[in-house]
Ligand binder design. Structure first.
Ligand code: 5AD
Ligand code: SF4
Length: 448
């Protein structure tokens, strides 16, 4: 999956103080993983950065006249079929902001000294605006950027990709670089595919997307509208979706959880951290309070919903207090399931260049504590099922003869005595035992 970037050339022209010389080195560092090497000559460069200084009189005017010269180079490069990005950094960028682009439209990005760690994001966005993907030096790691594998042969359950890519640019994540901009498939195509799956016996579909709740169809309808459309397909008894972003949990989707019977009461909604300071450094665009408010609304619409999430421990700068805040959040929410990771430095992402990287031993210790808490919550959630009768969709034979395995509405694996004729059917099961990852039960005559 790894694509080696063709060598690109960046020319950084620094004015003024020693601070700017240092900043130029930092910019060079964060640009290297994107395939950029330094060049002394702006002519023909792929990226020209004017690292400006405000101290001297007429500094701003000098920047504009320099930009005029670089604009001519950009035009020469465009005539030859190439592309040059122009960035204005430093104190003039800070002071003038977007005014620079208004006065000189050849400028692609303006970036203040506080934001150099976001240069990779801004360059990726500028390339996207030009309709081009950035082939960066990211080694893809399936754990973090791949969607679940779609099954070729239709079984009882199937995945259906509805959306790909991501516009969020969380500072730890490679997906916006490796997968590109958010793209949603037309809903008519999705419906056709879903009907085909249902005809082949699929009873449950999971709608997939890196940011699935950012789904927008050609008519502007969101994921809720798509779910309502698919819920009408005959034979399709269960609908799920993953993965969602808290900022895209709109009112329509929340309402659907209370109204669409086949939409299963399970929501995977990553929060990553329980500390607002860390969420901000992660560029997550939501706060702890905002996340909790969303959860409260979802629970109001669907009181029995099972919540799942992703967590990262040891993000750069995470203190003991930040980590404790994550544990507090987990205690408050009560998760039915979760995925948790040690922060891993992905070259080229802004967080990899941040100060305050957390020692491995601290990450290991924090992860163990978080996972112990999450496991106890999952066990409690499962234990609370004992004695209840729930509809189970049977998927496959169990490990022992005379046993079948299915899933509860809450995505728990349920083991039960029964034969192959049950596979593909939904039948009531009374839960008799619970463990960390699965439930045991007996078939019931009817839903209690
Ligand atoms: N380090 C640790 N975890 C990561 N994730 C994504 N990138 C990283 C990283 N660099 C996790 C996030 C995300 C999940 C799919 O993988 O929690 O939600
Ligand atoms: Fe990565 Fe998800 Fe953040 Fe997008 S929203 S950048 S896929 S973690």
């Amino acid at each position: 999956m790894t694509e080696r970037a063709p060598a690109k050339r960046v020319h950084i022209k620094s004015y003024g103080c020693q601070m700017n010389v240092y900043d130029a080195e930092r910019m060079t560092d964060v640009l290297r993983p994107l395939g950029y090497g330094l060049t002394d000559d702006p002519e023909g460069a792929d990226l020209v950065v004017l690292n400006t200084c405000h101290i001297r009189e007429k500094a701003t005017e000098k920047v504009y006249s320099e930009l005029g010269r670089i604009k001519a180079m950009k035009e020469r490069k465009a005539e030859a079929g190439g592309e040059m990005l122009i960035a204005v950094a430093g104190c003039v960028a800070q002071a003038e902001g977007a005014e620079i682009i208004r006065r000189q439209s050849a400028v692609d990005l303006v970036i203040g000294p506080q934001s150099y760690h976001r240069l990779p994001e801004m360059i990726a966005r500028a390339h996207r605006a030009a309709g081009e993907m950035l082939a960066a030096d990211f080694e893809a790691e399936a754990k973090f950027d791949a969607l679940p594998i779609e099954r070729g042969v239709a079984g009882v359950t199937a995945f259906l990709t509805v959306q790909e890519g991501c516009d969020k640019f969380c500072t730890f994540c490679v997906v916006p670089y490796t997968r590109g901009a958010e793209f949603s498939r037309p809903s008519a195509d999705i419906e056709r595919e879903a009907r085909g799956l249902a005809q082949r016996g699929v009873r449950e579909i999971t709608l997939l997307g890196q940011n699935v709740n950012a789904y927008r169809n050609d008519a502007g309808g969101g994921l809720a509208a798509l779910i309502r459309r698919l819920a009408r397909i005959e034979g399709l008894a269960r609908i799920r979706y993953t993965t969602s972003h808290p900022s895209d949990m709109d009112a329509a989707l929340i309402a659907a959880h209370g109204e669409v019977e086949s939409l299963m009461p399970y929501l995977h909604l990553p929060v990553q951290s329980g500390s607002d300071r860390i969420l901000k450094a992660m560029n997550r665009s939501h706060t702890v309070a905002g996340y909790l408010e969303t959860i409260a609304k979802v629970r109001a619409a669907r009181p029995d919903i099972a919540l799942s999430g992703d967590f990262i421990v040891g993000f750069p700068g995470e203190t003991d207090a930040d980590f404790e805040a994550t544990l507090d959040l987990v205690r408050e929410v009560g998760h039915a399931a979760a995925f948790s990771f040690k922060y891993s430095r992905r070259p080229g992402t802004p967080a990899s260049a941040m100060a305050g990287q957390v020692p491995e031993a601290v990450k290991t210790e924090r992860l163990a504590r978080l996972q112990a808490l999450l496991e106890s919550q999952q066990r409690a959630f499962n234990a609370a099922m004992v004695g209840r009768t729930v509809p189970v969709l049977f998927e496959k034979p169990g490990r022992h003869p005379g046993q079948v395995i299915g899933r509860s509405p809450y995505l728990q694996a349920v083991h039960c005595a029964g034969g192959g004729e049950l596979i593909g059917r939904i039948a009531p099961v009374t839960i008799t035992s619970a463990a960390h990852m699965s439930l045991g039960g007996e078939r019931a005559r009817a839903m209690a």
